[in-house]
Write a protein that binds this ligand. Structure first.
Ligand code: PHB
Length: 365
């Protein structure tokens, strides 16, 4: 019987176990440049079968929060090398999540105070974090269809940069109400033309991005993250035909030979079965995808053991438990207690609540 602690091959990437570290925004990259502290943090967590490093903007226009890292400048590429080297030195595997926030941004974070770009010119009901603290997001400008090639080029270059920075691959961020999901959903996408209207059109940008990245670095080094029913408090209500929409997306990417598909079940960071939310058949998506399947969202140890043993998933990604437990893999294996999360230290700041969570060995010493 397969267990959570058995190795698995995800495309070209060999994982030593089936426990992934989910991508987690920490806002500790001043000016978008990764730091030595980030190398220490990820190196501490290298026993994960796969680290999916935090969402990183593919261009200056792709940023939506203060001090998130980028993967578009030579300085950023050089700085990420210390991160990938720290993880590889301990035998770990690490991919980078490629991020464009779309309309979830504020002009103060964007070049020349520009308006964020999105499929729509309608503002999200959402807030973001800037130098001035939490503020409502800015009203976006609708991207022209003629701007899509430059956007694809940004994704292509970011993927190439990630490989040059030493990452084992990338994860296209198609989740959590950001740009690609804004295009996917009829609750946000109000376009006509090739990128609006029917499901095939709303999925077009996501599929073009995935194909562009896979063509650049290889499908076996390309993963994709989706969150079919996440709304982030109404920032992007669930699509009116969510099952058909995501069924189509998965059917299309199933042909590509991707490293993995990573699916958030339910409301990101919240319930997997939110009360009153329409039922969604995640298992149907999994049956349609022949590659490695990663599931995420609040799995307990016993749920994760069961999900892998039953074959419901290949890999389980853990978010908050990995923040608080650098040796989470060992703790899960030994059924050891977990450190509590210091939730007030999640976003921004220094070592506290970042690199100072103790391992079991440190506690014993
Ligand atoms: C966030 O910064 O709040 C954030 C970033 C990426 C996500 C979700 C949330 O996928």
């Amino acid at each position: 019987m397969t267990t959570l602690f058995d190795p698995i091959q995800a495309g070209d990437i060999a994982l030593s176990n089936r426990i992934a570290m989910a991508p987690l925004t920490r806002n500790r990259a001043p000016g978008g440049v990764p730091t030595a502290a980030m190398a220490e943090y990820y190196g501490q967590r290298a026993s994960a079968g796969l680290i999916i490093a935090e969402a990183s903007q593919i261009s200056p226009m792709a940023q939506g929060y203060l001090d998130t890292p980028g993967i578009h400048s030579p300085e950023q590429v050089a700085a990420w090398r210390q991160v990938t080297a720290a993880v590889h030195a301990k035998g770990g595997r690490i991919v980078l999540q490629l991020w464009h926030v779309g309309r979830i941004s504020h002009s103060s974070l964007l070049p020349g105070g520009a308006a964020p770009v999105s499929p729509t010119a309608v503002a999200a009901k959402a807030h973001t974090f800037t130098a001035e603290g939490f503020v409502p997001v800015s009203t976006p400008r609708a991207l022209g269809d003629d701007e899509i090639p430059a956007l694809l080029e940004d994704y292509r270059r970011a993927a190439r940069n990630a490989i040059e920075a030493g990452f084992d691959g990338v994860e296209v961020h198609g989740a959590n109400t950001y740009l690609l999901e804004q295009f996917l959903r009829d609750s946000v996408n109000d376009r006509s033309g090739p990128y609006g209207g029917p499901i095939e059109n709303r999925a077009r940008l996501l599929l073009e991005v995935v194909r562009t990245v896979a063509a650049e670095i290889g499908a076996g080094r390309t993963g994709l993250r989706l969150s079919p029913t996440t709304t982030f408090g109404g920032s992007a209500p669930v699509d009116s035909q969510a099952q058909a929409l995501y069924g189509y997306v998965v059917q299309q990417v199933a042909l590509l030979g991707l490293a993995y598909l990573h699916v958030i079940e339910g409301e990101t960071g919240g319930a997997r079965q939110p009360e009153g939310a329409p039922a969604f058949d995640y298992a149907a998506l999994r049956r349609a995808f022949p590659g490695t399947w990663i599931v995420n969202n609040g799995f307990s140890r016993s749920e994760a053991l069961e999900a892998v043993a039953s074959g419901a998933t290949d890999v389980v990604a853990f978010g908050r438990p990995f923040i608080a437990n650098p040796d989470l893999v060992r703790r899960l294996r030994e059924d050891a207690p977990l450190n509590p999360l210091r939730a007030d230290k999640l976003y921004g700041g220094g070592a506290e609540g970042y690199t100072d969570y103790p391992t079991l060995d440190a506690v014993a010493a």
